[in-house]
Design a protein around this ligand. Structure first.
Ligand code: CDP
Length: 214
């Protein structure tokens, strides 16, 4: 039995938490693909490069090492998210990260991947596809709480502007834009806590499993 679960959606929609819990529930490996783009953005910045330079970003993506992904704290900052969404628009960067993600998805038994283009580009064959979203104000509130709990100071207005700018950039780019796959199920978590969101996600996956006789 192979079960690939694709979880896409915008920033702070709850997709990462949902993906991690689905992976645990079904005993599948989980890849947070946003970390790859975050690591590429941070490598460019740390080398003193420009986020507008496709050649440097592509080189950083090609040379990505699993060790680049282990330093969680650095990769979860707003700076890394912003850098990620800048380099994620480059065709060369996306091409360099494609094989690694597709190999992860193709593992025996399946996998859970979360990102922006999993159901559309990375694993269009996924048996279960979710597009997780929530109102921008709610997503900004969630992210603001996460950051302030870690002692990072940012105003709510700046947080909301960050989220909207990133949504626009991710949905507007020419290469693998963030879009709901035709066969993905929309999960709007605006009025849901994490338990309710996870329950809803699990029901979507159960329906997909039944449909595919898994
Ligand atoms: O957690 P959050 O949604 O803030 O960020 P993330 O999922 O770690 O993604 C950071 C950025 O990487 C996004 O804004 C996208 O620009 C990019 N990304 C992408 O283009 N494709 C993916 N599969 C995952 C992330």
């Amino acid at each position: 039995m192979t079960l690939i679960i694709a979880v896409d959606g915008p920033a702070a929609s709850g997709k990462g938490t949902i993906a991690a819990r689905l992976a645990q529930t079904y005993g599948l490996p989980h890849l947070d693909t946003g970390l790859l783009y975050r690591a590429v953005g941070m490598k460019v910045l740390e080398a003193g490069g420009s986020l507008d330079d496709e050649a440097s970003a592509t080189q950083a993506a090609r040379g990505l090492d699993p060790a680049d992904l282990s330093d969680d704290a650095r990769l979860t900052t707003g700076e890394a998210g912003e850098a990620a969404s800048r380099v994620a628009g480059f065709v060369g960067v996306r091409a360099a990260l494609l094989e690694l993600q597709q190999a992860f998805a193709a593992q025996a038994g399946g996998a859970v991947l979360d990102g922006r283009d999993i159901g559309t580009v990375i694993a269009p064959e996924a048996q279960a596809k979710l597009f997780v979203t929530a109102a921008p104000e709610v997503r900004a509130t969630r992210r603001w709480k996460q950051l302030t709990a870690r002692g990072i100071e940012i105003s709510f207005a700046d947080m909301l502007a960050d989220i909207q700018r990133r949504d626009d950039r991710d949905a507007g780019r020419g290469s693998a834009p963030m879009v709901q796959a035709e066969d993905a199920v929309l999960l709007d978590t605006t009025d849901m806590g994490i338990e309710a969101a996870f329950d809803a996600a699990r029901r979507i996956v159960e329906a997909a499993r039944a449909k595919h006789d898994l």
